[in-house]
Write a new protein. Structure first.
Length: 316
């Protein structure tokens, strides 16, 4: 048990460290790129807080969301995942079977996250390809994490119920990022010659296919929260392309509206279909298997009294 505690604490420290590293590692590179951009005489707008090399390829990729979408989604995901990592390291969660199963996936995902942060800060074509590949490798890790935490499979109570939501957002956003990043790699490798007349309907078709796949995957995972990042992604594309590439902008706007409608129906339910099982809370566990440490001793005592057999006196 002691080794288990050390690993969980180490995972929490590693997670927070990679979040800080990914957030700050590219600061100097972005500042240098922004200074170079401001010195450029073209007068073009600095749309993304990324190195110039990334911005150049983003400009050619019609399905990259506006910069605000990245800031909103990543800040939300990182904050939630940091809270979840702290929670899984608490002594009260030492015997949580879901956290035990999730530990290898945590380590894999945070390692890939650190690699992504390293290359996303570099201002060269090779780093664009590596960061995209890292995102693609991280998607299976995020889905493995999603499954190990039994999201969409098991109903849980307490803080864990809400702290699992960032994992759903993480998996959904990495799915969208996998689609968005693919044109970046293809364009960087010069495997696709940009053609606005051709690329606009193609991009709109890719967005529609992504929306359909996102809904099907969410249904398969039994997790409506997985769909939320798609709204930010489609909304970011719509605001960026509304006047630049109208077909892409309108398609993204309609898909964002459709997803909002779906989420308005499914999010209050919290699932697409019933869970296969429900995890008992501390009070029920004490009744079933004997005394356990619980934050609700009064309720546990009531539960024990209710479970005492009734003596059939005077029934003969």
């Amino acid at each position: 048990m002691k080794n288990s505690s050390l690993w969980r604490i180490a995972a929490a420290v590693f997670a927070v460290g990679t979040i800080i590293y990914t957030t700050t590692s590219s600061s100097r590179s972005r500042q240098q790129s922004k200074a170079r951009h401001e010195a450029d005489q073209s007068g073009s707008e600095y749309e993304y807080d990324v190195p110039i090399e990334y911005e150049n390829v983003f400009e050619k990729n019609m399905i990259v969301p506006a910069g605000w979408a990245f800031g909103v989604v990543w800040s939300t995901i990182y904050s939630g995942l940091a809270a979840l990592m702290v929670h899984q390291a608490l002594p009260s969660q030492e015997n949580n079977p879901r956290y035990k199963k999730a530990l290898p996936w945590w380590l894999a995902s945070w390692t890939l996250n650190a690699i992504f942060g390293r290359y996303f800060s570099q201002n060269d074509p090779q780093s664009i390809v590596i960061s995209d590949l890292t995102t693609k490798f991280n998607l299976p890790a995020a889905l493995g994490l999603h499954q190990s935490l039994e999201i969409g499979k098991t109903e849980v109570s307490g803080p864990e119920k809400y702290l699992r939501i960032p994992v759903s957002l993480y998996a959904g956003w990495l799915t969208a990022a996998t689609v968005v990043g693919t044109p970046n790699t293809i364009l960087t490798l010069n495997a696709w010659e940009p053609d606005e007349e051709r690329d606009e309907p193609v991009s709109a078709g890719i967005l529609s296919a992504t929306a359909g796949a996102g809904y099907l995957i969410a249904n398969r995972l039994n997790d409506p929260w997985y769909m939320v990042p798609f709204v930010a992604g489609f909304g970011g594309i719509a605001t960026r392309q509304w006047t630049k590439e109208p077909i892409v902008g309108w398609t993204a706007a309609m898909l964002a509206a459709a997803y909002v409608g779906l989420l308005a129906y499914w999010l209050p339910k919290g699932k697409f279909h019933d869970y296969g099982q429900r995890v008992v809370d501390d009070v029920e566990a004490e009744v079933i298997s004997g005394p356990v440490e619980t934050w609700e001793p009064h309720q546990a005592e009531i539960a024990r009294e209710r479970m005492k057999p009734i003596e059939a006196e005077g029934l003969d």
